[in-house]
Design a protein around this ligand. Structure first.
Ligand SMILES: C[S@@+](CC[C@H](N)C(=O)[O-])C[C@H]1O[C@@H](n2cnc3c(N)ncnc32)[C@H](O)[C@@H]1O
Length: 310
């Protein structure tokens, strides 16, 4: 991977890039640059500005396409889409409580995005490593964390090859924000879950969420707009849904519309895959509640435990 070293205004922006691990520092405000005390961060210009889906966007059903979907402009708008404050209110302490109840301290966030959960967990005192396959997202997450007084430990890693790049074990892996839906091939889903399983301690657990695609496929799309995508400046709607594709449009009131092509994971299918790769117990929540009517929730959260029960 190549990252350009760029200069800006008064100072040199230093980008230290180890293979698949990115640190971004800006020493423009300091006389003596100390890489351990970054002052602020900048985004690198790595990805194209526009999304490309080809002449027939509904035919784009490829796992690897996610990097081309999170173009820089979309990444810049992502935090307007999720609205950190409203999202924090919507999910409350759900994830924090589950992590604490199970005694987790070391957490691997495999779908860091712009850093919402990584930062939240750092603020709550967890040890967090923040991974993502998109360097654009990681740079934005690093910047967001710095603005809140934290330095993220970032690793660029694709889930399918996670253990090639991550050489520690964790009490918990989190894969949140309807991210797992980006995998289009079943073998990619199995491989990724197996990689998550491997990086966990013997009694570790995975928390993975998804849209309630059963409801979307069987009853049509409706949203309470209370969880995940909470921004006021945005309309989120599926443009096309079939058993192999959910193509969502993210329309910002002040201009751009972006898209994501995703695989519509049915609830029991996701749960079955988790069991099949070795997770012993999988508990599913609907909009953060243990009891729910299957078609009601907008989002589902699966908590999958590794510990072996005879
Ligand atoms: C929908 S965003 C969610 C981001 C964040 N968790 C949130 O809730 O705001 C999905 C994220 O998953 C990442 N991702 C998708 N497929 C991936 C893969 N195969 N390996 C690693 N990261 C992947 C994307 O780069 C993106 O940052």
């Amino acid at each position: 991977m190549t990252i350009n070293i760029v200069t800006s205004g008064s100072g040199l922006i230093r980008i230290l890039c180890r293979l698949r691990t990115i640190f971004v520092f800006d020493d423009s405000d300091t006389e003596d640059f100390d890489p351990m005390v970054p002052q602020s961060t900048v985004l690198t210009r790595l990805a194209p500005i526009h999304q490309e889906y080809g002449p027939e966007p509904q035919k784009m059903r490829e796992t690897d396409h996610y990097k081309a979907e999170y173009v820089q402009h979309f990444v810049e708008k992502w935090d307007e889409l999720i609205d950190w404050d409203q999202r924090a209110e919507g999910e409350g302490d759900f994830f924090i409580n589950h992590l604490r109840e199970r005694g987790a301290q070391r957490v691997l966030d495999v779908a860091t995005g712009t850093g919402f959960h990584s930062v939240r967990l750092l603020q709550e005192g967890f040890d967090v490593v923040s991974a993502d396959g998109s360097p654009e997202m990681l740079c934005k997450a690093f910047e967001n964390a710095r603005h809140r007084g934290h330095v993220l430990r970032t690793v660029q890693a694709d889930w399918r090859f996670l253990n090639r790049d991550i050489h520690e074990s964790f009490d918990a892996v989190i894969c949140l924000g309807n991210s797992f839906t980006h995998l289009f091939k079943e073998r990619d889903r199995r491989k990724s879950l197996a990689e998550f399983y491997t990086v966990l301690d013997h009694d570790g657990f995975l928390i993975l969420d998804q849209r309630n695609y059963d409801a979307i496929l069987d009853d049509g799309y409706q949203s309470k707009d209370a969880f995940y995508y909470c921004g006021d400046n945005i309309r989120v709607e599926p443009e096309h849904v079939d058993e192999g594709l959910a193509r969502f449009a993210y329309e910002f009131k002040d201009g751009p519309t972006f898209h994501l092509n995703m695989f519509p994971l049915r609830r029991e299918y996701t749960r079955r895959l988790m069991h099949e790769v070795g997770f012993q117990r999988v508990e599913t929540f609907g909009d953060f509640q243990a009891k729910f009517d299957n078609m009601e929730p907008d989002f589902l959260v699966h908590v999958a435990e590794k510990s072996y029960e005879e």
